[in-house]
Design a protein around this ligand. Structure first.
Ligand code: GLN
Length: 478
């Protein structure tokens, strides 16, 4: 048995039946990381000491619950990886930026607290685009993550390491964050399952913020069942995040998915299948839609007419929020501080050395769009368009239960292919940003591979708090 290939459920069963211990599992993953990560660059920090301590404690807990004839939590003893924008108490948290190179998290994010309560094992912190700004993973100050399916290609971003490490069996599951596609896009490129939850389903406390009205933390896993398990463990109200809601997720729907497609109304947005989409991606996604139809679903063509404005709208709102959020990194309070002749000089030098080119670009766009005189023309306008994008989905969900579309117009691109052209990089987000603008849940499900062997993801979008429906249908398609 290859321990690093097991799903969460399989690993849980193995721990239960004493086939192996959590220490065995953890060591197998640490070995795998040592073997492959030098090349893949999915991890920024490997927390070996923490992982082994947690594994020993998990084994004790498992032994105790068995002695008492009780069950232990599904995630107890399971090794996972965490995007390096989510804080794990006492460990480095860099957001893949030079400005936070030596920053150590002073507390656990709420999602980490919840995972630790279940007895999880944390293997390390994963690579990302700096401050989660990017779609390819190449904006990391610590080098790009390579795609395990083809090492000349990107893993997708921004949660590049979180998707690559699960695809390469360097972790049983991981957490990523998604502001405009950052869980779904790398999942599509790496062939993992990635769930971006409804805005407010999961606490953002302890996540280094990018666009606070868009950010959500979610799971990246080997299959749909595991996504459900992890989502169930991390969701719910948190008094530390006022936007979190008291959401009681219904578990185990995925397991009983026998006829979830029968009579299901699936919307296919006509605006998502236009010029620019890779023919192989289109073919794979359409053939999955066809399979759903054959299994009893009703396919309905829908229109999301404001799709053409969504990208522009996102690329105003996200940078505006980012520029406000990143203002705290001033070279005085957190991270890198470069000496200067006066305070302004300290600010300029610290930010100048600390931030990479894309982050600077976003700060400049955001600051400009929020400045007086331009605010109404850009930020206010973008907020109005955001309402229209939301209304498009609200109308669509009067007619359909779920929406099926691609995650990305292209499979994983070559490393370096778009780095000189930010606009073409932004275009990869065309199918994902609307979901964040509308606060909806979306899942990337691997549904096929191109002739070159590159994974392609189907995006399943649901109405607010319909994760159970998405997961049940994804499970059946899987
Ligand atoms: N690619 C998008 C961007 O660069 C989305 C990133 C994300 O979801 N964090 O902003």
């Amino acid at each position: 048995m290859n321990l690093t290939e097991l799903t969460i459920k399989q690993a849980h069963e193995g721990l239960k039946n004493k086939e192996f211990t959590s220490v065995d599992l953890t060591k197998a993953y640490l070995d795998k990381i040592k073997k492959v990560d030098g090349e893949l660059n999915a991890y920024l920090t490997v927390t070996e000491k923490l992982a082994l301590e947690q594994a020993i404690r998990a084994d004790e807990r498992i032994a105790l619950s068995k002695a008492e004839g009780q069950d232990f939590p599904m995630l107890c003893g399971i090794p996972c990886a965490i995007k390096d924008a989510i804080m794990v108490d006492g460990e480095k948290c860099t957001a893949a930026s030079k400005i936070l190179e030596n920053y150590v998290a002073p507390y656990d994010a709420t999602v980490i607290k919840k995972l630790k309560e279940q007895g999880v094992v944390i293997l390390g912190k994963t690579n990302l685009d700096e401050f989660a700004m990017g779609g390819s993973g190449e904006n990391s100050a610590y080098g790009p993550t390579k795609n395990p399916h083809d090492k000349t290609r990107v893993a997708g971003g921004s949660s590049s390491g979180s998707a690559a490490c699960v695809a390469a069996n360097e972790a049983c599951f991981s957490l990523g964050s998604d502001t405009g596609g950052s869980i779904r896009l790398p999942s599509s490129f790496c062939g993992t399952v990635g769930l971006k939850p409804t805005y407010g389903a999961v606490s953002r406390y302890g996540l280094i913020p990018f666009g606070s009205s868009l950010d959500q933390i979610g799971p990246i896993t080997k299959n749909v069942d595991d996504a459900e398990t992890v989502f169930n463990a991390i969701c719910g109200k948190d008094k530390m995040d006022a936007t979190s809601t008291d959401y009681k997720f219904q578990v185990s729907l995925a397991g009983q998915a026998s006829s979830k497609l029968q009579g299901l109304r699936i919307g296919v947005p006509k605006e998502y299948f236009v010029k620019g989409i890779d023919p192989e991606v289109e073919k794979i996604v359409r053939s999955t839609i066809k399979k759903a139809e054959e299994a009893g679903a009703k396919i309905v063509e829908i229109s999301l007419p404001n799709t053409e404005f969504a990208l522009a709208c996102y690329y105003i709102i996200a940078p505006c929020e980012a520029s406000a959020n990143l203002a705290r990194l001033d070279g005085v309070r957190y991270g890198l501080s470069v000496d200067g002749k006066d305070l302004l000089d300290v600010y300029l030098k610290s930010k100048g050395h600390g931030f990479g080119a894309e982050v600077k670009r976003r700060i400049m766009i955001g600051t400009y769009a929020l400045s007086s005189g331009y605010y109404d023309a850009y930020y206010k306008k973008a907020q109005e368009i955001r309402q229209l994008v939301k209304q498009d989905f609200a109308k669509a969900f009067e007619k359909v239960d779920l929406i099926f579309c691609p995650v990305s117009p292209v499979p994983a691109i070559k490393i370096g292919e778009r780095t000189d052209d930010p606009l073409s990089m932004y275009l990869m987000d065309i199918y994902t940003v609307s979901v964040n603008l509308a606060g909806l849940p979306g899942l990337s499900l691997p549904v096929g591979k191109t002739k070159e062997g590159l994974p392609v993801g189907l995006q399943i979008i649901g109405n607010h708090f319909q994760e159970n429906k998405i997961l049940a249908v994804a499970s059946q398609l899987e």
